[in-house]
Design a protein around this ligand. Structure first.
Ligand SMILES: Cc1cc2nc3c(=O)[nH]c(=O)nc-3n(C[C@H](O)[C@H](O)[C@H](O)COP(=O)(O)OP(=O)(O)OC[C@H]3O[C@@H](n4cnc5c(N)ncnc54)[C@H](O)[C@@H]3O)c2cc1C
Length: 425
């Protein structure tokens, strides 16, 4: 019997990790990685603003799974067996040290995504993975007899070894495979999803996740670059609510609080056409009532101070001026002149400011696709298809996505590693 022919579709994080795990586990296997473009690991290279946020210093699977709006439940077992600590150890064993930033994100100490790209490429070469670029999978046919396991590795009447899959590449070439891994990423309209469907899978419709909100509002005009370290934002008439740093941009609002909302609300916000009402609490975790009480106490203690400069909450000065003005304060008003109704209006501007969101923009630092191959059709012990034996999945092609912070790559490493080991078995 010849060596097992394993084809991996997609030269991204998940495809490379799987190919390496497979080739290392079974050095006799013929592991071929086919990448559609001329640029393998392109997303790794641009990731994290060119620094690659490889994973997150969150080592408890129970906590970790709460960072995945889709796929958390299914990832619990796989993350227990290969989680962030294993990722750190994996890269360390290949000479790449990671460091942890204050917010838990982990990067290579070089602060250069090229370090990760080089590491993956040299580990693949060392393990004997054959990498083909400009070699996309176009079509895959499964040998029905092979599906029953009868013909895999047996001689066909033509004398060549029968394979489970016959693959047509974008080059026009046809190649056989005994096992196939789809790690083609989450892009909408991807050939990977079409192939998965043709092999018996159903697909959760892909929609964007991790985007910023477009808001054209005089209160935010010309304030791009201002950030509030702890704010909370909620979408009216939904349960969507997130707390964290909030950033004002040229187009509206961004920062971790907004990106988390976009991830958890990916489907709902898509259904709403990205037009909805957003309530922002700039002084979280205070409630509206607490904010009002603090303002009243501040007025009593500081009657002669100007409202424009007397800012009890540490809100950035220019934002404070805008909110005070929106509440009805004159630029030179002093606190002693503040009527109760104006104070109430200011409390509302601070703790429950309404903004009309009219669309979304791409977050350049990190974005992913919500949707993909339905998770119940995949065995998460091996990442093998339940619909088509011999077919495996890893990475964003699955209906898995995380919030920002290294969780998306961790899912690619975890599912890639498990798939790679299972492919080699
Ligand atoms: C700008 C940006 C920055 C990011 N930064 C981070 C970050 O710092 N940390 C983090 O955790 N996540 C980050 N992400 C998310 C992360 O990059 C993805 O979740 C991750 O790359 C998914 O890996 P993957 O291998 O599943 O898919 P991909 O990386 O998308 O790789 C899939 C590959 O398959 C190829 N392909 C597609 N169709 C075919 C086909 N038919 N045949 C052969 N090949 C095919 C594609 O060309 C691609 O190379 C970022 C995303 C973006 C867009």
């Amino acid at each position: 019997m010849g060596s097992r022919r394993i084809v991996i579709a997609g030269g991204g994080a998940a495809g490379f990790f799987a190919a390496i795990a497979c080739a290392e586990a079974d050095p006799t296997a013929d592991v071929q990685l086919h990448e559609a473009t001329n640029h393998p690991l392109a997303k790794v290279r641009v990731s994290g603003g060119g620094r690659c946020n490889v994973t997150h210093a969150c080592f408890e699977p129970r906590d970790l799974v709460t960072r995945y709006p889709r796929g958390g439940r299914e990832l619990r077992g796989p993350l227990t067996r290969f989680g962030p600590a294993d990722t750190v150890a994996w890269f360390a064993a290949r000479g790449v040290e990671l460091k942890t930033e204050a917010d838990g994100r982990m990067f290579p100490v070089t602060d250069d995504s090229g370090t990760i790209v080089n590491c993956l490429q040299s580990a693949a070469a060392k393990a004997g993975v054959r990498v083909f670029t400009r070699s996309g999978l176009k079509k895959v046919e499964r040998d029905v007899s092979g599906a029953l396991g009868l013909f895999a590795h047996s001689k066909s009447t033509l004398g060549s070894t029968r394979a489970t899959f016959q693959i047509t590449l974008t080059t026009g070439e046809q190649i056989p495979a005994d096992r196939l891994l789809l790690a083609t990423g989450g892009t909408q309209g991807s050939a990977g999803l079409t192939i998965a469907q043709a092999l018996g899978h159903s697909i959760e419709p892909p929609v964007p996740s991790l985007f910023t909100f477009n808001v054209a509002d005089p209160r935010l005009k010309d304030l791009a670059g201002l950030s509030v370290p702890v704010a909370s934002a909620s979408v009216r008439d939904t349960k969507l609510r997130e707390t964290g740093p909030l950033l004002i941009t040229h187009w509206g609002l961004s920062g971790p609080a907004i990106l988390k909302l976009s991830a958890w609300g990916a489907r709902e916000l898509h259904a709403a056409g990205y037009r909805f009402s957003l309530a922002v609490n700039w002084v979280a975790p205070r409630t509206l009532a607490q904010t009002q009480a603090e303002l009243t106490a501040f007025r009593t203690a500081n009657p002669k101070r100007q409202v424009a400069t007397g800012n009890p909450f540490g809100v950035p000065a220019r934002l404070w001026e805008r909110l005070a003005s929106a509440a009805g304060f004159a630029p030179d008003a002093t606190w002693s002149r503040a009527a109760n109704s104006t104070l109430t209006a200011l409390a509302a501007q601070l703790a429950a400011a309404e903004f009309a969101v009219t669309g979304k923009s791409t977050n350049k630092e990190e974005f992913v696709t919500c949707g993909g191959v339905r998770l119940r059709e995949v065995d998460f012990a091996t990442m093998e298809s339940r619909a088509c034996p011999g077919l495996y999945f890893a990475g964003e092609v699955l209906d898995i996505d995380g919030v920002t912070g290294g969780f998306n790559f961790q899912s690619a490493w975890t599912t890639g590693w498990h798939a790679g080991r299972a492919l080699a078995e």
